[in-house]
Design a protein around this ligand. Structure first.
Ligand SMILES: *Cc1c(COP(=O)(O)O)cnc(C)c1O
Length: 945
């Protein structure tokens, strides 16, 4: 017997096998998978060589490899601070959220009826942020503190119309990584940013907005009331970046008149993760809700009048507003926001305050000891961070390192010490020892926070933060919420463009190992060799897969990869003296983030039409190139296109752009249709981003985390973002887009996936994904016509089902079908993207044939119900389609008066008798929630009807 090299993991990852492949090929009329692939994928883009990757590792081997890498990281007590503080993840949250597929495999809650659990958790997050910041509206997370501040700056510039051309002023006491990211944004958009010491008052001139930080980069807690008042007097808006834990003790930004508060919620139970993923927050005053970036959970009602949650004001988002969107952020940090919110539920307001007071107490003890020994503090007013003047800071930091503690090397003569939830008296004594203090018996004396900065107001008084005390209650709350949702652990999620594939346990396992999870992003390089090796290796493997010369994993979502990639193109043109090249061509069918990112990169968006067959309209493309040839910067295309088809003429499109002096950006979100078969870096792309949370198995987490590596050809390598030195000077003027290695903490997932699949396994996965999509297209075509096909009537890895004609005939909409699928136990396919009135189905390679058949059966049964509408069996308004989804309450009522049976409502196909998912709410009225915007937890009484 021969053991194939991929014997262990590949068949665990790929659903259809053996006879199933045969069955599917028979349906399609192909004798082999090769033949199908050769027909579907245009020959002129096929890669000639197989992927040159190491042989596949078994699950056990990959985990052993990861153990070795993890072992090369050195764990220390992390007291560096600078926006990242160690924390204790309550085990009940670690296991039941961060390590629980019911939470981490969920999709972004765009289908609210099957997302009530995670929507409630995110609403808790918003309520917590609103209360702590004392501002009336908060969103459901942003990507990281630095980019959140950048978003706040842009929000101030949008909202403060009277100062549209004025400068933005950032206090010099803001974290250097934040200043770096904001500067990058400003440079691309061409507005002025001034860094000034605002404790000395406002600078001269017109000001759009100011950014303060509390506590400051140097740990100082300063009363901001007068500078905020002065800024407002001058017509400037005010953003305060605030440490979330400190807000339990320090006067909230909203109470001091700030318009916007932003920050990181990492220290609410989310591991350091070598820098991310962490959920940033943003809260705003009334009047700014419609320009708030990111997602916002709101309260609406369902068809029975029951309160129900949904994403509010989606009309602000990039998928609708495109280049006019409030921001390019799509994937954010839902899973981490949920973790932070549950940390708040677990500890409650009093518990959070105790944690803050303890950290503050340890810092005060240290201050007492250090000043007692004659050391000088940069500020006597602090929360958890002391900056101490020493003669040789590097020597002090090294001595602390030798004692097992990481301190912050601020400059040659300043050391930073940050306490946190994990700090103990022993740590305090050890640090005292580093400073030569042998008698560490002193207790805190003095250094109390002054009355002006001391918080007196209440927060988090909602019952959710005050009723869950025991672990049994907590466990059941988490379980109750996740039971309300449909995630990949229960059903296929056939969302086109989202690639909801297996997130295997072996891939997930290592991310919570402390050797990975407890490393501070600014820990010295000699402590992070394992991380750096893993990252370098992953970047190299992604280079091999994409055919590009260089990769940076810094961008922490696809949208950020787009932004970074476009900045690389911009940098390239500028370096060539082509300062006028700023037009970005974008096909009409593109994902909304493309246009929004182009605007952020300072480009002008010109839309290219779609031809009748779904490809880029060649005539329109020629005309747009001609009209812009001297100012053409780039084209952004998605390949295979968002229509799920391999456009045969993609090389020609790339050639035309290059001939006109432009660069080609290939959006790699659909890389699942290419891996091992074709390389964007070889068939015409100059730059692409990948979505590791799509193709490379990082779970969607209910709307994040993500990683959006940017991959570039040789000539663009110098313009990659990132600065591995951690000093946060811009590298050669190239802006960073996130902190250091972005969402490093989840990279072991993609690393393990690639390691366990090997080149052949990855290629097999791609082929199977294409086979499954074509199988579904072929089986469903007679029931729901497939909108676009390419070569020989084949699709790529997804297919668009066109319901428009059926809708015209029956009145049944694509939305009705999406909601009705819930009654069959399915998450809907992608609704009305990229074409309104359609459903886009992407099965991925991970779904076995049985599950695919179950989906096909449901779709055919739904088509049958549409026929019943047509036949007049029931009126559309009184149909199981329009009334979908059906809650348990709606079907067990005694006074059932609908023209279809209760059996048809809840159990339209037989196997549902055994496994039935009932949504907790019926169809939700979105408009109602937008008209009456409520974005915090409703009182429990609201549910008593
Ligand atoms: C998902 C997707 C994006 C955006 O990625 P995020 O990680 O959500 O920012 C961009 N383009 C396409 C085609 C996508 O499918």
């Amino acid at each position: 017997m021969t053991v194939t090299p991929s014997a262990e993991f590949v068949p665990r990852h790929i659903g259809p096998q053996g006879d199933d492949i045969e069955t599917m090929l028979n349906q399609l009329g192909y004798s082999s998978l090769e033949e199908l692939i050769d027909t579907a994928v245009p020959a002129d883009i096929r890669q000639s060589e197989p992927l040159d990757l190491p042989a596949p590792r078994t699950e056990a081997e990959a985990l052993a490899d990861l153990r070795v890498l993890a072992g090369k990281n050195v764990m220390k007590t992390q007291m560096i601070g600078q926006g990242f503080s160690d924390t204790l993840t309550p085990p009940v949250i670690l296991r039941n959220i961060l390590e629980n597929p019911a939470w981490y495999t969920a999709y972004t809650p765009y289908q609210p009826e099957i997302s009530q659990g995670r929507l409630e958790a995110l609403l808790n997050f918003q309520t917590m942020v609103m209360d702590l910041t004392a501002l009336p509206i908060a969103n459901a997370s942003l990507l990281d503190e630095s980019s959140a501040v950048a978003e706040a700056v842009l929000l101030m510039r949008r909202a403060n119309k009277a100062k549209a051309t004025a400068k933005t002023v950032i206090d010099s006491n803001v974290f250097p990584q934040t200043i770096s990211v904001v500067r990058g944004r400003a440079e691309a958009l061409g507005f002025e940013v001034e860094i000034a010491d605002l404790s000395a008052g406002l600078p001269e001139g017109e000001i759009s907005g100011i950014v303060l930080q509390q506590p400051g980069n140097n740990g100082a807690v300063i009363d901001h009331a007068s500078i905020i008042a002065a800024a407002k007097d001058r017509g400037a808006m005010v953003t305060v970046a605030a440490d979330i834990l400190s807000l339990t003790m320090i006067t909230a930004p909203g109470e001091q008149g700030a318009d916007i508060a932003v920050g990181n919620t990492q220290r609410f139970g989310v591991p350091l993760f070598f820098g991310g993923p962490h959920a940033a927050y943003m809260a705003v005053r009334h009047g700014l809700e419609r320009s708030l970036p990111g997602r916002l959970v709101g309260v609406s009602v369902d068809d029975a009048g029951t309160p129900a949650y949904r994403l509010a004001l989606q009309t602000r988002e990039q998928h609708i507003r495109r280049e006019k969107a409030t921001s390019n952020i799509c994937t954010a940090q839902a899973l981490l926001a949920i973790t932070a919110s549950m940390y708040a539920v677990y500890h409650g307001p009093a518990g959070l305050k105790r944690i803050a007071q303890r950290a503050h107490h340890h810092a005060r003890t240290l201050a007492t000891l250090l000043t007692g020994a004659g050391h000088v503090l940069v500020s006597d007013s602090f929360f958890d961070t002391l900056h101490v003047t020493v003669s040789d800071a590097a020597a002090t930091v090294a001595a602390a390192d030798a004692a097992g503690i990481n301190l912050r090397l601020v400059d040659g003569t300043t050391v930073g010490i940050s306490t946190d939830e994990t700090t103990t008296a022993a740590h305090v004594a050890a640090i005292a020892g580093v400073f030569g203090i042998t008698d560490a018996a002193a207790t805190a004396a003095g250094f109390e926070l002054g009355a002006a900065v001391l918080r007196t107001s209440d927060y988090m008084s909602h019952p959710i933060f005050n009723t869950i005390k025991s672990e049994t209650q907590m466990l059941r709350y988490l379980r109750r919420l996740s039971d309300r949702d449909l995630a990949l652990d229960r059903t296929m999620i056939p969302l086109g463009s989202c690639t909801m594939k297996l997130n295997s346990t072996a891939e997930m396992e290592s991310i919570s190992w402390p050797e990975f999870a407890s490393i501070h992003p600014f820990a010295p390089e000699h402590q992070t060799e394992g991380w750096r090796e893993l990252i370098t290796d992953l970047e190299a493997r992604l280079s091999v897969i994409t055919g590009y010369a260089g990769v940076s994993i810094q961008p922490n979502a696809g949208s950020q990869g787009e932004y970074a990639g476009l900045l690389a193109i911009r940098g390239f043109h500028l370096a060539n003296g082509d300062t006028q090249r700023n037009v970005c061509l974008i096909p009409a069918s593109a994902h909304g983030t493309n246009a929004a990112s182009a605007v952020l990169a300072g480009m002008k968006v010109v839309v290219v039409k779609t031809a009748a067959d779904g490809t880029i309209d060649a005539n329109d493309l020629d005309a747009k190139i001609e009209a812009n040839k001297d100012i053409l910067s780039a084209i952004m295309i998605t390949y295979p296109s968002t229509h799920g088809v391999y456009d045969a003429d993609v090389r020609e499109v790339c050639d035309k752009i290059h001939a006109a002096g432009g660069q080609v950006y290939i959006d790699g979100a659909n890389m699942n249709a290419l891996v091992g078969l074709a390389q964007p870096g070889k068939f015409g792309g100059d730059v692409s981003h990948l979505n590791l949370h799509k193709t490379f198995c990082i779970p969607h987490g209910g709307g994040g985390p993500g990683v959006g590596p940017v991959a570039v050809a040789e000539h663009l390598v110098p313009f990659l973002p990132g600065d591995a030195t951690g000093t946060y000077t811009m590298r050669d003027g190239i802006p960073v887009v996130a902190t250091l290695f972005g969402s490093a903490g989840v990279l072991p997932i993609s690393w393990a996936y690639i390691a366990m699949m090997g080149g052949e396994g990855l290629t097999e996965a791609t082929k199977t994904a294409i086979l499954s999509a074509n199988y579904i297209a072929s089986r469903l075509n007679e029931h729901f016509p497939v909108l676009y096909t390419g070569n020989k009537g084949l699709v790529a890895h997804e297919c668009i089902l066109d319901l428009r004609e059926l809708t015209n005939k029956t009145g049944v909409t694509a939305e009705d079908v999406a909601k009705r699928l819930i009654d069959y136990g399915f998450h809907a396919p992608t609704l009305s993207f990229p074409v309104a009135g359609t459903l886009m189905v992407e099965p991925t390679e991970s779904e076995d044939l049985g599950e695919i058949e179950r989906f096909i059966e449901a779709m055919i049964a739904i088509r049958g119900e549409m026929e019943q509408v047509l036949a007049g069996d029931f009126d559309i308004a009184d149909s199981p389609l329009r009334n979908a989804p059906h809650t348990a309450a709606s079907v067990i009522r005694t006074d059932w008066e609908r023209s279809y049976t209760r059996e048809q409502a809840a159990f339209p196909v037989k196997h549902l008798h055994q496994d039935k998912y009932f949504p907790p709410v019926g169809r939700i009225d979105g408009a109602n929630g937008d008209r009456h915007l409520i974005c915090s937890c409703p009182a429990p009484e609201a549910f008593e009807n």
